[in-house]
Design a protein around this ligand. Structure first.
Ligand code: NHF
Length: 473
């Protein structure tokens, strides 16, 4: 099949979050099982031209948007992975120093319109247009409205980000007619981009089975649960995979000591390096909990920051936290780190090299997310032998099985209720289990689990086939 991925970010070109990892790795997995996959994304000015040579495919397209005409062209770059990436080049994207920020609604409206226009002119025609997250969500609407022959898939990576706007934008962006157009039984479309992808795509997917069920409820539906229930028979959850070439402790040049499942004892050198980086004095026998995360409520920072005193007074454990997010949490974390300098290290940063050292050196990896569509951190942690401690939600529930008392089965420490007590109890359980002999077996067991893309790529393949059948029926 010929499949075009449409998304706002993709590794290795630009990455803000897990979306980029998926767009950087799922197409490769689909190519491996015989499909022809290309990606189209905005040509941000921050994409380093020294690393990616481009050539122009289509020049000088005039796109009408917000009452003006924007000049757009299409470039292409080869990543050496048999996946071509098209870059939509416009002043707006070229001049922006951030991937997301001010003017996103206008920029992604332009992107969606440009993709539609480009599709009609491109010398390579896909059968499937696979759109990801709100930045691309108007495309399924316009494909339907224009009776285009492509089947459309819309994947929700995180329902919390919807591209919200107000009634004024609807008029200025000339979207009023689109908002009125709908079958009589279709719920009223809300004022955001995301709803359109959900309502109009031939198939809707999200990134884990549990999250696919959760978002049908008002509690997790972020105001779109009624639209999702309306499309329920076309909604599927497919868990994300991990790029096993990119994340492999046996060949990872960013970590001090490389290791594999047969030599987990070598991790100790990475732990030492991590403790040194944190300036912790305690020895390697002290349990070390790692966290690499966006620092906000979704990721559980509210229950975590409320628990430091109990956690660090009740246990000897050390904690190493890396991430960025809300200012409020930066301050709370810094304050806690200054209260417990021997036990808590906080790095407010995006730093892939340090992140890898955390995965390779910590004993436990904490993800107390309130909700988690899939989550990548727990998958990387398991691949690197760090035992996950997670809230039972979304993709965390689908990928981490609670360890039995004797630790002979399971892959991590899972807590059920979303509150500090439940999280603390799970951490305590992990800390108590750390000295047991069985811990080594758990490390080996989780490193041997298979979270590569192969199985999920096969599931996408069957969704694409269903979408095509539906389109041609
Ligand atoms: O893994 C990629 C990622 C997910 O849970 C993650 C999230 C955003 O919140 O699908 O998207």
């Amino acid at each position: 099949m010929k499949i075009l991925f449409v998304a706002a970010e993709a590794t290795p070109l630009v990455k803000v979050g897990g979306l980029a990892d998926v767009i950087g790795s799922l197409p490769k997995a689909l190519v491996e099982i015989g499909h022809d996959v290309r990606v189209i994304m905005p040509g941000y000015g921050i994409i380093d031209p020294a690393n990616f040579t481009t050539s122009t495919v289509i020049g000088n397209l005039n796109i009408a948007v917000m009452g003006r005409t924007e000049q757009v062209s299409l470039k292409v770059t080869e990543l050496g992975t048999k996946v071509r990436v098209y870059l939509v080049d416009s002043d707006d994207f070229r001049n922006s120093i951030e991937v997301y920020g001010k003017g996103d609604l206008e920029r992604f409206l332009l992107f969606c319109r440009a993709v539609l226009d480009i599709l009609s002119k491109l010398d390579w025609q896909p059968e499937i247009v696979h759109c990801h997250d709100w930045h691309t969500a108007l495309i399924p609407l316009w494909l339907k409205k224009n009776n285009c022959h492509y089947a459309s898939i819309f994947t929700i990576h995180n329902l919390a980000y919807q591209g919200f706007f107000d009634a004024r934008f609807l008029i200025d962006a000339d979207l009023e007619k689109d908002w009125q157009l709908r079958p009589t039984d279709m719920p009223d479309p809300p004022l955001n981009f995301m709803g359109q992808g959900i309502l109009w795509a031939d198939m809707v997917t999200t990134v884990s089975e549990t999250y696919a069920k959760e978002i049908l409820t008002p509690e997790y539906g972020a105001g779109l649960d009624h639209l999702l229930r309306y499309r329920q028979d076309k909604l599927f959850g497919i868990v994300n995979g991990l790029d096993y070439d990119e994340y492999n402790p046996a060949i990872d040049d960013f970590i001090p000591a490389k290791y594999d499942v047969c030599a987990v004892d070598k991790r100790i050198d990475n732990k030492r390096a991590l403790q040194k980086r944190a300036r912790f004095a305690g020895g390697v026998e002290v349990p070390l909990i790692g966290m690499v995360s966006r620092l906000d409520e979704q990721k559980g920072l509210d229950i975590l920051t409320a628990s430091f005193d109990i956690l660090l007074q009740k246990t000897e454990a050390q904690m190493f936290i890396l991430g960025r997010g809300r200012e409020e949490y930066h301050n709370l974390l810094r304050q806690a780190a200054s209260r417990y300098p021997e036990q808590l290290a906080v790095f407010i940063d995006f730093d892939d090299t340090l992140a890898r050292l955390i995965y390779a050196g910590c004993d436990m990896f904490l993800m107390p997310s309130r909700f988690e569509p899939c989550g990548l951190g727990q998958l990387i942690a398991m691949r690197y032998g760090a035992v996950p401690v997670v809230h039972h939600t979304g993709g965390l529930a689908d990928t981490v099985q609670d360890l039995t008392q004797d630790m002979s089965k399971g892959s991590g420490f899972v807590f059920q209720g979303y509150d500090s007590e439940a999280m603390l109890a799970a951490i305590q359980r992990a800390v108590n289990s750390y000295t047991k002999k069985a811990w080594q077996n758990v490390m080996r067991r989780i490193m041997a689990l298979d979270f590569s893309w192969h199985a999920s790529a096969k599931r996408y393949e069957s969704i694409y086939r269903k979408a095509l059948e539906l389109k041609n029926s």
